[in-house]
Design a protein around this ligand. Structure first.
Ligand code: SF4
Length: 227
């Protein structure tokens, strides 16, 4: 099998029986959801999960964790964060980068939660996405990790794997999430994120996918894109 370059997304989509086989194979070789799976960056409640997810944009996990920890040491409620001045917030979240913009967005988020939601974080995807700064990925991550719903959250790894294999199609992570939800069997929604994420980190990696050793290379449509 030829080795696809890192942008070789499939032109063809997997057939339903191939999707079933791909998920079954991944379920046998990759870890699924664990009882200890927690919210974004291991935050214990939906508000902190939303904040942490927002802070994670273009930031490494360790830097997001450091920023979240510093911020939540000062305040961990929307009312508490609104009581902080911008410089204090920016200094706390500096490790995650883009801290001035993220400070402004954080204030907008907290204002919306207090004024429009009476301080309560919604439990539906649509409700979460109504919050400024929360897009499809963050909403699905909160749905999956914090509320324990059967949702495949699409991050960069899940997006890449889905498009390479032909499991789903989408130019953006949000488009891929919609496609994946439509095309995945119900039984795969609970653990699908975890299988695809680990598969993307360990086998179907961004720069050097391990195609010769890949357990689903007989199904994968990526070669069709590379010839
Ligand atoms: S799914 Fe497997 S065969 Fe396909 S690109 Fe990724 S590593 Fe290669």
């Amino acid at each position: 099998m030829s080795q696809p370059n890192k942008l070789a997304f499939a032109k063809k989509l997997l057939a339903p029986r191939e999707i079933e086989e791909l998920y079954r194979t991944l379920s046998e070789v990759m870890p699924g959801r664990t009882p200890t799976a927690k919210g974004p960056k291991k935050q214990p409640d939906p508000f902190r999960s939303c904040v942490s997810c927002m802070l994670s944009a273009q930031s490494r996990d360790a830097n997001t964790a450091a920023a979240s920890k510093a911020l939540f040491a000062l305040a961990d409620t929307p009312q508490g964060i609104l009581a902080l001045d911008d410089n204090t917030i920016a200094t706390a979240i500096k490790p995650c980068g883009l801290y001035n913009m993220k400070t402004r967005n954080l204030k907008k988020m907290c204002t919306f939660v207090v004024d429009e939601l009476q301080g309560e974080i919604p439990t539906t995807r649509e409700g979460l996405m109504s919050i400024p700064g929360i897009g499809r990925k963050c909403a699905d991550i909160v749905m999956s990790f914090t509320f324990g719903e059967d949702v495949i959250a699409v991050d960069t790894h899940v997006h890449r794997v889905s498009n390479r294999t032909g499991l789903a199609r989408g130019k953006t992570e949000a488009q891929t999430a919609t496609s994946l939800e439509e095309r995945s069997p119900t039984w795969a929604l609970r653990d699908g994120h975890f299988w695809l994420l680990q598969f993307g980190k360990k086998v179907c990696t961004s720069r050097a996918p391990k195609c010769p050793d890949c357990p689903v290379n007989h199904l994968c449509k990526a070669t069709a894109a590379t010839g």
